[in-house]
Design a binder for this molecule. Sequence first.
Ligand code: ADP
Ligand code: MG
Length: 701
Amino acid sequence: MEKIFDETGFSIFGTNVFNDAVMQERLPKPIYKKLKKTITEGLPLDPEVADVVACVMKNWAIEKGATHYTHWFQPMTGITAEKHDSFLSLTGDGRAIAEFSGKKLIKGEPDASSFPSGGLRATFEARGYTAWDCTSPAFVKDGTLYIPTAFCSYTGVALDLKTPLLKSMEALSQQALRILRLFGDTTTKKVSTTIGAEQEYFLVDKEYYMKRLDLIHTGRTLFGAKPPKGQELEDHYFGNLKTRVAEFMHELDVELWKLGVSACTKHNEVAPAQHELAPVFSTANIATDHNQLTMEIMKKIADKHGLACLLHEKPFAGVNGSGKHNNWSMTTDDGRNLLDPGKTPADNAQFLVFLMAVIKAVDEYSDLLRFSIASAGNDHRLGANEAPPAIISIFLGEELTDIIEQIETGVAKNNGTSRKLEIGVSTLPVIRKDTTDRNRTSPFAFTGNKFEFRSVGSSQSIATPNFVINTIVAEALSQIADRLEKAEDFQAEVNAVVKEIISKHKRIIFNGNNYSEEWVAEAERRGLPNLKTTVDAIPALISEKSIKTFEKHGVLTSSELHSRYEIQLENYVKTIRIEAITMVEMANRQIIPASISYMKRLAETVVSLNSAGVDSSAVKADLERVTALVSSARSKTDLLKSKVDELDSHDGDTLEHAKYCKDVIIPLMSELREDGDKLETIVDSTLWPIPTYTDLLFGLL
Ligand code: ADP
Ligand code: MG
């Protein structure tokens, strides 16, 4: 077993990362200082520095067993991409040496033609380039030096998820600094957004997985009758770990630690075979890279253990799905969390301004937040009885809500007595960080010193939700700063702004049960949008307001937003189409033939019983039941197939196609599933060709 600790501490952590300690040790001092300035202050990197860094990085990587390097990037497929080049270089006299220049470190030119661009770049203009993101450290994995990069077209148009994320972090930093300056902070140089992404996943036996076309092609079960036991006993949550799962988790931790991913918490989740991993939070771009690595390594390690890791948002019907709880906050470069309530009146006032910015942003742009988590997979989860609904609201907790109500009225009601409550003058009642009234049903919950965005899908990149949060909060901060900067009486203006935001945006605050029917009705009364599906949610991205905001903060241009809109819709259509044809194939080649074999067996039994002079009516009734279901499944399968053909031959735009998938294909899929699942419960199990929910969910020892 690998050594995890030594006398220096947690020694395995970051052993394969070109981190600050390695740079400090190996780079000449002036070079280290310049690089550090680029990393912390975003200053441009001088080419000479890049050359030295590249050489030192290469030598370090070679010591770690690397022969290749790759510019690692995050195209709009939602997963990462890499092309490996070796360090090999041939000298004039034919000798092979290892070489890596600053130019190669800073810029790469992958053939970009096959990545989604949403019409931004015709395939003949294949060139795109990757640019080193030195704020996320390089690392060695599988014999290759990985260099995190941003990916754009030759004309500088963003083709990835990292570019808008980095730009949104910059935008938020700029606006947050304006507020800090107003509160007399002259030293903070940068405000970072911090993220801790808790990742949920399922583990199933690889052998069963390989027998399920639906899991292989779509990541979720398209058929599958409910098992006799589901999650109703609630005996899985925080339950003890099965040996195979524990071994998987241990190896996963070790591999992640080596890559500098701070895997910290692991436990069984609510559904059988469901688990969670939570890291210690880091800055948004590193957290995004690390979450991508986590998902990738989970799958690889699972495979080594004879398991399959399912990251789909809803792998099993009737069983909890998986999400990613995206914990979000803002921190100064000297480590102060701006969502930490303060101890002094001045700190309190500053905390309230940042809190108000989030509340204002979430209310004004709840449609964009809903967009940021929209996917075909997440549609099965949002609004179901286990995950936050599609209605975006904020949970503040009773204490903080109470304080906010007091601020609105201007009267503090401490200990039964009333006194005037004035922000920046009187101290707010202490806001306990570990308030007991946690709300697990809220999509966007304040948890003491951060917000937890709980609607994020388990398989999606966290880049999109975070660049949306960063941008809309930057916009709210900028509007607040505009007012406060002009104010003659700062204190009074803070009071006025906070009060105004409370009265205008308190409709977004909801501390009750978000899963209830009453909330749906109440939210409608409050005028909060309820964008139930991806198709309803995506258009928010290209609304006039959205374009104006993203452009104002330099995060994405109008054409970049339109391209993302196209890609998201296309992705939705492709996903549903693949699901539909996978269903057709499973019905045609597995479910219907297995049922027909059973029919044959029953028919033969009827004949035998009759010739033996024995009553065959019970068997005949079974035969009739199966026959009726098979004929129903047959016609639904054929109809589904013809609807997919119609989709393929239809000329409409992507939005029309997406609507067709939602309104025609998905309902048909549910109908076909019903027949298939009924057949599963009556056909002889020895004839059934597909592993059942019991196999998948309870098959691990
Ligand atoms: P839970 O939400 O399950 O009760 P915690 O609140 O302790 O658990 O933490 C959940 C996640 O939130 C962890 O990944 C943690 O690192 C992260 N987190 C804690 N503080 C912050 C912060 N200031 N910014 C972003 N994420 C944070
Ligand atoms: Mg949490």
